[in-house]
Design a protein around this ligand. Structure first.
Ligand code: ZN
Length: 312
C-alpha cells in the first residue's frame, strides 16, 4: 500500500493545511481517505495514530465508493506534513565518511555510537516543492536518504521487532547548509532551514518494499548522476536505529527517521559543488519513489527587529 497526502485540484493554490487530504494509491488514482465513505483524517500523523482499525479502513478504501482523484491532477504534499519529530543519522555510509575528510583526521575512529541529530519539523516540504537558498549562505547541499516513517508509539523496541512499529518507507532529501552546519557539533542550525526537508512522494508499506537493505539510491543534479549507492552499505540499519532511539525516548506515529546519505554530496567535490538557484535535484529510491525539487533564491535577509525597550 502507498499512502499519500495531497491537495485536490481546486485546493492546490490555497495551500490550506486544514484542507489537505490523505489518500491511498490505486493504479493511477488516489482514493480519498477523507471521503465520508472511509472517514479518515487528512493529517497522516493523526491517521497513523488511530491504529489498526484505521489502517484496515485505508487498506480497504479502494473497494469503497470513496472519491478518486487522478495522481496527475493533484498536488502531492509531504506524506507527513508536520511530523512530530524528524531525526537524521550522520556518518552512516563509509564512503560518505571518507569524502567528508574524516578518515584523514588524526586519530579518527569510526563512530562507536549512532550519530543522531534533529531537523526541525517545520523544514519539511513536498516531493516537488522548491528548495530555498537562504540569504545567509550559498553553501546549500543535497543528501539523498531512505526515510523510515513510524506507525505506532514505540518505546524500548528490540531490534528484532523493529518492523512492528514502522508504517513504511519514503524518500528524504536532507538538505544541508554546510557553513551553518559547522556552527555547532549538533548540526541543528544548518539542517533546519525552511524547505530543507523534501519528503515523499508517499509512504510505501514494508510488504511492497521487501528487503530494505537492498534498495538502490540515486541522486541527480540537473540530470548529472551524483549519488549511486545501495542501502546494503548502511553502517547501522533501521533495526539498530529503532532499538537505540527507543531506549531513550518514544517514537510516535508520523515520526520520520532519515537513515544517512551515501557519498557524492556537493561538499565532497574539490572545489565543492553547492546547489544554485535554477538547479533541479532528483532523488530516487528503488521501490519507494522519487523526489524532484527545484532550487530557488530566497527572499533577502529580514531587517533587524525594532529594538527591545526596557532595562537589561
Ligand atoms: Zn543526512
Amino acid at each position: 500500500m502507498r499512502l499519500a497526502t495531497f491537495l485536490a485540484p481546486e485546493e492546490a493554490d490555497a495551500g490550506a493545511v486544514a484542507r489537505q487530504r490523505t489518500g491511498v494509491v490505486d493504479g493511477d488514482d488516489l482514493v480519498d481517505l477523507t471521503d465520508a465513505a472511509v472517514g479518515l483524517p487528512g493529517d497522516m500523523a493523526a491517521l497513523l495514530g488511530l491504529g489498526a482499525e484505521a489502517w484496515a479502513r485505508a487498506a480497504g478504501a479502494s473497494a469503497t465508493s470513496a472519491r478518486r482523484w487522478g495522481l496527475e491532477e493533484v498536488e502531492l504534499l509531504a506524506p507527513v506534513t508536520l511530523p512530530p519529530k524528524v531525526l537524521a543519522i550522520g556518518m552512516n555510509y563509509s564512503a560518505h565518511v571518507a569524502e567528508m575528510g574524516h578518515l584523514d583526521e588524526p586519530g579518527y575512529q569510526p563512530p562507536a555510537h549512532q550519530y543522531w541529530f534533529n531537523k526541525q519539523r517545520t523544514a519539511v516540504t513536498g516531493p516537488s516543492a522548491d528548495i530555498v537558498v537562504p540569504a545567509v549562505s550559498s553553501q546549500v547541499d543535497y543528501e539523498g536518504e531512505l526515510g523510515v516513517v513510524i506507525g505506532r508509539r514505540a518505546k524500548s523496541v528490540p531490534a528484532a521487532r523493529w518492523l512492528d512499529v514502522v508504517a513504511g518507507f519514503t524518500v528524504v532529501n536532507d538538505v544541508s547548509v554546510r557553513d551553518w552546519q559547522a556552527h555547532s557539533p549538533t548540526f541543528t542550525m544548518g539542517k533546519s532551514f525552511d524547505t530543507h526537508c523534501p519528503l515523499g512522494p508517499w509512504i510505501v508499506t514494508p510488504d511492497e518494499v521487501g528487503d530494505v537493505r537492498s534498495l538502490r539510491l540515486r541522486t541527480w543534479v540537473n540530470g548529472e548522476l551524483r549519488q549511486d549507492a545501495t542501502t546494503a552499505d548502511l553502517i547501522f540499519g533501521p533495526d539498530d536505529m529503532i532499538e537505540y532511539l527507543t531506549t531513550a525516548f518514544p517514537l510516535e506515529p508520523g515520526d520520520v527517521l532519515s537513515t544517512g546519505t551515501p557519498s557524492g554530496v556537493g561538499a565532497g567535490f574539490r572545489p565543492p559543488r553547492w546547489l544554485r538557484p535554477g538547479d533541479v535535484v532528483r532523488v530516487e529510491i528503488e521501490r519507494v519513489g522519487v523526489l524532484e525539487n527545484r532550487v530557488v533564491d530566497g527572499p533577502p535577509a529580514a531587517p533587524p527587529p525594532d529594538p527591545v525597550v526596557g532595562e537589561h
